[in-house]
Design a protein around this ligand. Structure first.
Ligand code: FEO
Length: 397
């Protein structure tokens, strides 16, 4: 990423990771790559906000050097301890040993346990401010958005919010601003990011957004730590987050299945005919061959989830079991669900799926539909009706 002045004397000095294809271990696919954003604020005092992944340290240091000599940096603000933002900070601190680092208490503890650096560290609490000269920075602790150490930095003179991971996207672009990129791709990546990383934290996120709104601080620009900067309409992503955080949904059903010899797939295809006949939008995924990150994104605004699996060892197939375990961790709420599947003799997949759905606190709207071996004409009709009835329930709510 070339260095760019995003506001007078405020520079974007982060890096683009064009080639990253998985994130958080392998829990998240990043088909459009990502960026690690950091910002340098020049005033009578100079502050660096956030860092980048350790692998990009040299490029990051070079970007900073293009703007200011390291010895002139007074403050290094760490909004978040996770290593995609802090990995390069030990190298920065070596080059500006007189700089003070600022972050929350949890951030201080986390940075120490990652890097064992003995840095001059000022612990920040909500309401603390830092005078830079003509500008100042205000801090808002944001625990569990998305780690306990997370914090937002706000510059009132520029009406600029630097919220680190919140409002980000894994989206590598040479452009820096929302008005310069494809809007569908941007919102698609923002939704995917929310669904796969932030979904379980909805109540905390809604509360924090409402708390910030009550502070009546005007926000003209949101510069997150991944992806593009929101300047055209920051309210668009704030409102999207509020909707997602409150589990607002569309009349849409996501059908996820895994099949052994094709019978459960046949059922799934007939079920979605029934759903669409009811005027409800549907997405169908074979979880054994689909990108889980994309499936979860599609579930974010769907009112209904249907899960199908062949029976194997008296339970669902293993890829479906792994998928449901991941989904359960995301804690979706206010969804309608049911299960279906083909079995050979004893059955068990539907019972297994229903048990996980119950543990996840999801409403089972109608009894599961099971078929022995391959569906006959009557059983296909039942599949169609099963989908149609489910669609009616989805439309009711
Ligand atoms: Fe982008 Fe929580 O790190």
């Amino acid at each position: 990423m070339s260095v760019q002045e995003i506001l007078p004397n405020i520079y974007s000095v982060g890096v683009i990771d064009w080639n990253v294809r998985t994130f958080h271990g392998h829990t998240y696919t990043t088909k459009r790559g990502s960026t690690y954003n950091a910002y340098l604020i020049l005033d009578e005092k100079i502050a660096l906000v956030d860092g980048v992944l350790g692998a990009f340290t040299e490029e990051f240091l070079s970007n900073i050097r293009q703007v200011v000599p390291f010895e002139k940096i007074d403050y290094v603000i760490a909004n978040h301890v996770e290593t995609d933002h802090s990995g390069a900070l030990p190298a920065v601190m070596k080059l500006c040993p007189n700089a003070k680092m600022l972050g929350t208490q949890k951030c201080k503890e986390g940075l120490y346990k990652n890097y064992y650096g003995e840095w001059d560290f000022q612990v920040i609490k909500t309401g603390d401010t830092l005078a830079l000269g003509k500008r100042s920075l205000n801090f808002i602790e944001a625990p569990m958005i998305h780690w306990p150490d997370s914090m937002f930095t706000y510059c009132p003179q520029e009406q600029l919010l630097l919220p680190n991971d919140a409002f980000g996207q894994h989206y590598a672009t040479s452009e820096r601003f929302d008005d310069e990129v494809d809007q569908c791709a941007l919102m698609d990546e923002a939704a995917k990011y929310y669904a796969n990383i932030l979904w379980p934290l909805g109540s905390v996120i809604a509360k924090k957004i409402e708390e910030v709104q009550k502070l009546n601080i005007p926000i003209k620009m949101i510069a997150p730590s991944h992806g593009i900067i929101w300047r055209r309409d920051p309210g668009k992503i704030i409102n999207a987050y509020l909707g997602w955080a409150k589990n607002k949904t569309q009349p849409k059903v996501v059908v996820v299945y895994e099949t052994m010899w094709g019978a459960t797939e046949k059922m799934a295809r007939k079920i979605i005919e029934g759903i669409t006949s009811g005027g409800v939008s549907v997405k169908l995924f074979d979880i054994a061959t689909s990108d889980r990150t994309e499936v979860i994104k599609e579930m974010l605004d769907a009112k209904g989830f249907l899960f199908g699996s062949s029976t194997h060892d008296n339970d669902m197939l293993p890829t479906m079991a792994g998928f449901l375990a991941f989904l359960k961790g995301l804690k979706p709420k206010n969804r309608l669900t049911s299960a279906f599947g083909s079995y050979g003799w004893g059955g068990g997949a539907i019972k297994g799926i229903e048990s996980v759905l119950k543990e996840a606190g999801l409403v089972n709207t109608q009894p599961g539909l099971s078929v022995q071996y391959v569906p006959d004409t009557d059983e296909f009709k039942r599949c169609y009706e099963f989908g149609k009835e489910f669609a009616q329930e989805v439309k009711k709510t």
